[in-house]
Design a protein around this ligand. Structure first.
Ligand code: B12
Ligand code: SF4
Length: 438
């Protein structure tokens, strides 16, 4: 079984194409989705992982396999198409899952079987059917009846798709097969502790795909994953990939206390980073223990300094107090704040570039990921823009390196793009003065 991860384009924010070579690394993070499904095969199956971000896949590599299992984010779609074409040319079946196939299966040709959404229940069913030579085209267990109906419609009888009352219990997710990785190639390892987010931002698909009720792995299970990374020899940074690690603060405190015990016992082999909502700043105890576990960086979705735009986007979690004071509180706990910012909201004022620069400078955010608003498939924003007849093209997920919009903006697109360039030039001038000042 060949687990194949497509190449990321070099021009996305998270590709870190230039920084990685300075660090002697080939990719930022491993493909945790593929490592997770790797844990669902039979012990007797031979597995091999090829991450095209660190090595290539020859015809010989592919011919070794009975089947190719691919995962992809939308930004990897071109490389995904090349992987699928190679497998097809060699007559090897292709099974696809992960975020891009889940939201956009209708745009991906030549896949033999799709496993859509969270795979913990559906993938073992597929493997069983496949072993008996009667696998269907699509497998999914969805909490959303509309999604089930759409898949049943699109795949007619060739589908094993069901609506489930409760989503996957995270302790049923197998231990990711970290042993398949070449540790030296990656800057950081990844673990997932929770899924879901209680907030409902219009441009985000996380709450739709994973629910607003947070689900967590149990503490023994979390420590087991850290211990596995430790046992395999990892001694560096670990990214907690959760979309909002502080979705239920009391639960996060509890988990962190156990992780602190583990770190102390092992003499702090890891540093952590994660993603969180700004509400993190409102819980002093949580901040204290997050620093104590050695979380060195959090990525916050601050989005915009314009309160009206935050409200428009349903990002109310950012309007509950002064943004800059809250960011300062996190920094005062000893944690670096990096953040995402967006240009392109309907209510955006004409002086947005100056306001955004001032806000990022004032908050001392060294690395700000500023991008143009994207309407990813599966988001409420995508639905609204479609309803309003404003969608002009599919988003390719690259919100930072493409000077084009996938929808008709309220402000003239040229003004928006020119403001975007203005912000980037002020944040990252050639002499980097303002960067170091921040
Ligand atoms: C960690 C992460 C990253 C990391 C690492 C990615 C990596 N190497 O895997 C980094 C920071 C590099 C990253 C980058 C980007 N990311 Co990202 N990322 C995530 C995040 C937060 C978690 C992914 C994860 O590890 N989950 C844990 C694993 C276990 O879950 P999973 O991958 O979904 O896998 C499960 C199922 O999907 C399924 N599955 C997955 N693959 C397969 C394959 C098969 C064959 C089968 C059967 C099943 C299966 O099984 C797993 C168990 O259920 C997600 C949000 C999310 N919660 O999903 C966004 C997310 C995947 N990222 C996204 C985007 C847009 C990006 C960027 C384009 C952002 C940018 N502008 O730069 C870049 C693109 C990458 C690039 N460099 O070109 C989008 C993708 C949207 C889409 N529809 O494709 C997401 C969903 C966030 C969002 N809502 O916007 N990302
Ligand atoms: S807080 Fe972040 S993860 Fe949660 S819905 Fe909003 S953008 Fe998505």
């Amino acid at each position: 079984m060949l687990l194949l991860y497509p190449r990321s384009p070099s021009t996305t924010y998270w590709s870190y194409s230039y920084a990685l070579s300075l660090l002697g690394k080939r990719a930022l993070q491993p493909p945790l989705g593929l490592l997770t499904i790797a844990g669902m095969f039979r012990k007797t199956d031979s597995l091999r992982l090829i991450d095209l971000n660190i090595e290539s896949c020859s015809d010989e590599d592919m011919l070794w396999a009975d089947a190719v299992f691919v995962s992809a984010m939308i930004a990897q779609k071109d490389s995904l198409a090349v992987c699928i074409a190679q497998a097809k040319r060699l007559g090897i079946p292709v099974i696809a899952g992960g975020p891009y196939p889940t939201t956009s299966y209708d745009k991906i040709a030549d896949v033999d079987h799709f496993i859509l959404g969270e795979a913990e229940i559906a993938f073992p069913v597929f493997l069983r059917d496949w072993a008996h030579g009667k696998a269907k085209r699509v497998y999914a267990r969805s909490a959303n009846p509309e999604e089930t109906a759409r898949l049943l419609h699109d795949f007619a009888d060739d589908a094993d798709v069901q609506t489930v009352k409760s989503r996957v219990c995270l302790d049923d997710s197998p231990m990711p097969r970290f042993d398949l990785l070449d540790f030296d190639a990656y800057k950081t390892m990844s673990v997932q502790i929770s899924r879901g987010c209680p907030h409902g931002c219009e441009f985000c698909d996380i709450w739709q795909r994973f629910g607003r009720k947070m689900r967590y792995k149990s503490i023994p299970r979390i420590l087991e994953e850290l211990s596995e990374l430790y046992r395999l020899g990892w001694r560096d940074s670990v990214f907690i990939v959760d979309d909002n690690f502080v979705g239920t603060p009391a639960k996060t405190r509890h988990i962190l206390s156990a992780m602190i015990g583990w770190q102390k016992e092992k003499r702090y082999p890891f540093s952590f980073s994660t993603e969180a909502s700004l509400s993190l700043a409102d819980d002093a105890e949580l901040l204290r223990i997050l620093a104590e576990v050695r979380c060195e960086m959090v990525f916050l979705g601050l989005e915009t300094p314009v309160e009206e735009s935050l409200k428009e986007a349903g990002k109310f979690v950012n309007t509950a107090g002064s943004m800059s004071e809250r960011v300062r509180r996190i920094q005062a706990a000893g944690i670096v704040v990096t953040s995402g910012f967006i240009l392109g909201f309907d209510s955006e004022p004409a002086d947005i570039a100056d306001r955004m620069n001032a806000c990022i400078y004032d908050m001392g955010i060294p690395v700000a990921m500023v991008g143009l608003l994207q309407a990813l498939p599966g988001t409420a924003l995508h639905q609204r823009l479609k309803r309003e007849g404003r969608l002009v093209q599919d988003s390719d997920g690259n919100n930072t390196h493409e000077f084009s919009l996938c929808f008709k903006s309220r402000r003239p697109a040229e003004d928006l793009i020119s403001d975007y360039k203005k912000v980037l030039q002020a944040l990252y001038p050639k002499n980097l003065k303002s960067y170091f000042a921040r």
